[in-house]
Design a protein around this ligand. Sequence first.
Ligand code: HEC
Ligand code: HEC
Ligand code: HEC
Ligand code: HEC
Length: 178
Amino acid sequence: MQKILAITVGCLLLLSVSLTGQNKYVGVKMCAMCHRPEKIGKQFEIWQKTAHAEAYKTLTGAKAAEIAKAKGLKVAPSEAPECLECHVVKADAKLFEKSFDIKDGVQCELCHGAGSGYKSMTVMKDHAKAVAAGLTDFKDEAAIEKFCKTCHNEKSPTHKEFKFKEMWGKIKHSVPKG
Ligand code: HEC
Ligand code: HEC
Ligand code: HEC
Ligand code: HEC
């Protein structure tokens, strides 16, 4: 009996740790606070000019409506899980902080991981700490390409061949060296 109780308590503890330990999505506005200046590489401005920033808006347009009609979707594309799956951040609504806006489409944290744990200056400046706090660690270009193809594939109704080097060149947002 005591053993069973101990196991139950243990499980509950593990469960609560894994729930409270989950990082939350803070939204692009938070990342923009530090990732706007020229010196750091203007990541916010670069992203804002990419198609990724418009990915939600695209689902409210005429072309999306046409695709949805042809597929016989019962709801608007901007509400259909079949479309939202690649056009916005997918996560439990409980993980979205107030500053997060789903309408920002394919945003920073979709690729870099939910930011509540790593967004402070001291953590951000230290790669190992940032990764330990939830920042995605892309090992090399092959890993990046594989990640891109989780959306850029034939499941997309408008899929075109994904030429990684060219496409990466269009959205790359490096920190200037030196
Ligand atoms: C308080 C300021 C601050 C905030 C807020 C912030 N960052 Fe950073 N971030 C930095 C600094 C400073 C660096 C280090 C830049 C360098 O390499 O000199 C950095 C580095 C990074 C890196 C590269 C880290 C590595 O080790 O590979 C990524 C990716 C990144 N930030 C993404 C984000 C995202 C996404 C958000 C929003 C969730 C965010 N940052 C919010 C300041 C910030
Ligand atoms: C969560 C899904 C998702 C991931 C992951 C993703 N993309 Fe996209 N990407 C999209 C969507 C959706 C669009 C179309 C946005 C629109 O037009 O509204 C798009 C559009 C683009 C475009 C503009 C299309 C063009 O032909 O110029 C480029 C470039 C691009 N993505 C590059 C990348 C690269 C490089 C990666 C990996 C680092 C990547 N994407 C990862 C969903 C994704
Ligand atoms: C597997 C991921 C994925 C799914 C699911 C998806 N999309 Fe997309 N969507 C993309 C990507 C990636 C792009 C960028 C161009 C490309 O490669 O298709 C895109 C681009 C678009 C565009 C812009 C195309 C252009 O040429 O201007 C429209 C419109 C669109 N999607 C509508 C939809 C609709 C409507 C649905 C749901 C029926 C949907 N998408 C489901 C990934 C997806
Ligand atoms: C479509 C996916 C995607 C989106 C959206 C995206 N990034 Fe990135 N980002 C990457 C990848 C992949 C890398 C390269 C691998 C790495 O350095 O982690 C990268 C690199 C970075 C770096 C490090 C650059 C360096 O030279 O070390 C910073 C800083 C960064 N991103 C910040 C941001 C911010 C801020 C946003 C939103 C305004 C954003 N990213 C949006 C995929 C993305």
